[in-house]
Design a protein around this ligand. Structure first.
Ligand code: GLY
Length: 363
């Protein structure tokens, strides 16, 4: 299988490399660095050791920094521990961080790199589909605090991102499928060919050994590269959608995650959020029935949830009002006026919001 490279032009230019058996490409991305700290969660300990051996052979001195799995890594305490370990090892500006893991690990590793000595090099090696197509690409880094998720962070572009599809083979199927929600999202907003490829054979699309998945990752990363290249710091607002387009389905999705105390996979919550916002656009007269129905059809065909339990409207509305993308008391949605035609919609009528929830509610 061919190795593909997609250039990201944001802060500086770097490549996202997509293929199989790519870990051998890591030393070249770290050329010029002395010490390398690999930040990884416990399930990736063996991969981290293999990586360490390869980097030591290439002449680097390697520090392994084990952090808690998933969102438990994104805390100020874990961040402090990482800083302490870099300090004890005498890390300098010439040294580098590798983030090895899912989106939570790469978010933390990126923030460690952004803050140590006001910024050192980071190479991201995402190991989940969600991290490959979204979290590890585009330079958003950060941790969670008591006030909410990702409220503390920095924009800090990587020097390179290695998407080794072989790493997806050991993922739980439900984890892989959850990542497909973000792939479908960019298909809906920006690349209808993604939707066609999934519709042809949803099983093949989500097969970690298959060729289709590589094409889906390539297409999703290309969309992200284009979006991030045009609005790295998410400063575009008003009618012009910049990076905010990546928030499609996330306003309601974040409210579901919050209500579920973050026990739902992010992708599962986003899948429901996509169905909600499709209903909202349909009820608002902005999206035709066929395009609205497509959301549920395609997400359902992958085994993703498309409905949510009834009886939670007040809590969901409160969650959306507290979403970090909400401006003042006005809830701002990205909606579609057709497949590939995203627009911003500020402050839809609350009755429409509740009706959209009713449309996706099922016991
Ligand atoms: N995950 C959304 C973004 O990178 O902007």
């Amino acid at each position: 299988m061919n190795e593909l490279r997609i250039a990201i032009r944001a802060e500086h230019e770097y490549d996202v490399i997509i293929g199989r058996g790519l870990l051998g490409a890591l030393p070249a991305l770290l050329e010029g660095s002395g010490r390398v700290a690999i930040v990884h969660a416990p399930p990736l300990a063996r991969t981290a050791l293999t990586m360490r051996d390869a980097l030591e052979q290439a002449g680097h001195s390697v520090l392994l920094i084990g952090v808690p799995d998933a969102e438990d890594a994104k805390t100020a305490l874990v961040l402090q521990d990482c800083w302490d370990r870099l300090g004890a090892a005498g890390f300098t500006r010439n040294d580098a961080i590798v983030g090895l893991g899912g989106g939570a690990t790469t978010d933390l590793a990126g923030f460690v790199a952004a803050t140590w000595l006001r910024g050192v090099r980071v190479v991201q090696v995402p190991t989940t589909l969600l991290a490959m197509v979204d979290a590890a690409v585009g330079g958003k880094t950060g941790i969670n605090t008591a006030a909410g998720k990702n409220l503390v962070g920095a924009f800090h572009s990587a020097s390179g991102v290695l998407c080794d599809l072989d790493l997806l083979g050991s993922l739980e199927p439900a984890e892989l499928v959850a990542g497909m929600a973000e792939v479908v999202k960019v298909g809906l907003t920006s690349d209808p060919e993604i939707l066609r490829l999934i519709q042809v054979d949803p099983g093949a699309a989500a097969d970690p050994q298959g060729e289709v998945l590589q094409e889906l990752v390539r297409r999703a990363v290309q969309v992200k590269a284009d979006v991030v290249g045009g609005d790295f710091r998410e400063v575009r607002s008003g009618a012009a959608l910049g990076r905010e387009v990546l928030n499609y389905g996330h306003t309601f999705g974040h409210a579901v995650e919050r209500l579920e105390h973050y026990r739902w996979r992010h992708g599962a919550a986003i899948s429901v959020g996509l169905c909600f916002v499709a209903e909202l656009a349909r009820l608002g007269g902005r999206l035709n029935d066929a395009d609205a129905d497509l959301h549920q059809e395609i997400l359902g065909s992958l085994g993703l949830p498309t409905t949510y339990a009834p009886g939670h409207w007040a809590a969901l509305l409160d969650g959306m009002q507290h979403d970090k993308k909400t401006r003042g008391s006005v809830i701002r949605f990205v909606v579609l006026e057709g497949i590939g035609q995203p627009v911003a919609w500020d402050g839809p009528d609350p009755a429409l919001l509740e009706a959209a929830y009713a449309a996706i509610s099922r016991s």
